[in-house]
Design a protein around this ligand. Structure first.
Ligand SMILES: *[C@@H]1O[C@H](CO)[C@@H](O)[C@H](O)[C@H]1NC(C)=O
Length: 251
């Protein structure tokens, strides 16, 4: 029974892999080496494969923030293939924007999802600064989203697609539901091994789970990218920081 549940949830995860934002599918991907993964020797140029080819989706569990039944996002971080960070100042000084809040307000449905699933843990008045930081440091380093990669780029489409992609991945790899299916629910304490294996058996790869003072803090999922915008899970290159048991608090 345990196996079939895990299998069912991996199939659920697989069945939505084509659901990324449509604007991304109209880009240069047609001329990319088919199915070549970032960080492999066959990876294509910077619009096909992110130059920093290991993408980390960092989800957080913060009491008081976001829906009770959902992890929220910290970020989507492109790292070097061995897990090295890209640095604080981002990768494109011409696309450093200071007011992400008003830029994102230009896209109603995206902005609504941002306030729900990507809130700053310092409160709503800090959302704009938080999103500006994530965009400037990390978003500008996703080379597949550079304006030159679009056949007809419209202003801020790179920003919308960066945050939209991360939100889509959050929904696709819905950690709350994955854990819930393994009977791991808020308000309890679980062995770090059980917690990690529940995620690993649903997603098919090893996550990185982090704790702070015994409380669950973040879950990191790692991806390689193919065909410009398809995210393929891969094992974490880093160790989890939780030991013994993990307290998974109610929000
Ligand atoms: C709004 O953001 C979504 C998510 O990235 C994107 O798919 C859509 O194209 C954006 N809408 C506009 C009008 O740019």
């Amino acid at each position: 029974m345990k196996f079939s549940l895990a299998l069912a949830s991996s199939l659920a995860v697989l069945s939505v892999t084509s659901a990324l934002p449509t604007s991304l599918t109209t880009r240069a991907a047609d001329s990319c080496p088919a199915n070549a993964l970032s960080c492999s020797s066959t990876a294509g140029g910077s619009c096909c494969s992110p130059t920093n080819g290991l993408l980390l989706l960092v989800a957080q569990w913060v009491e008081g923030y976001g829906p009770d039944n959902a992890f929220t996002l910290h970020g989507l971080w492109p790292d070097t293939c061995s897990g090295g960070q890209t640095g604080n100042s981002g990768c494109d000084s011409t696309r450093q924007y200071s007011d992400l809040e008003s830029i994102l307000q230009g896209n109603d449905s995206l902005y609504k999802d941002m306030t729900t699933y990507w809130p700053s843990y310092k409160g709503a008045s800090n959302n704009g600064d938080f999103w500006s930081h994530e965009w400037g440091k990390h978003g500008t380093c996703v080379s597949t989203l550079a304006p030159k990669c679009y056949s007809s780029y419209t202003k801020y489409q790179d920003v919308y697609d960066y945050f939209g992609t991360a939100l889509k991945l959050r929904q696709q790899y819905d950690l709350y539901s994955i854990l819930n299916q393994a009977n791991i629910t808020p308000g309890g304490s679980y062995s770090a091994d059980d917690f990690e294996s529940a995620i690993q058996s649903a997603v098919g790869v090893k996550p990185k789970v982090t704790c702070s003072g015994g409380n669950l803090e973040e879950v990191w999922l790692y991806f390689h990218v193919k065909n410009g915008n398809q995210y393929v899970p891969t094992d974490s290159v880093d160790s989890s920081t939780c030991s013994g048991s993990i307290n998974y608090p109610n929000k």
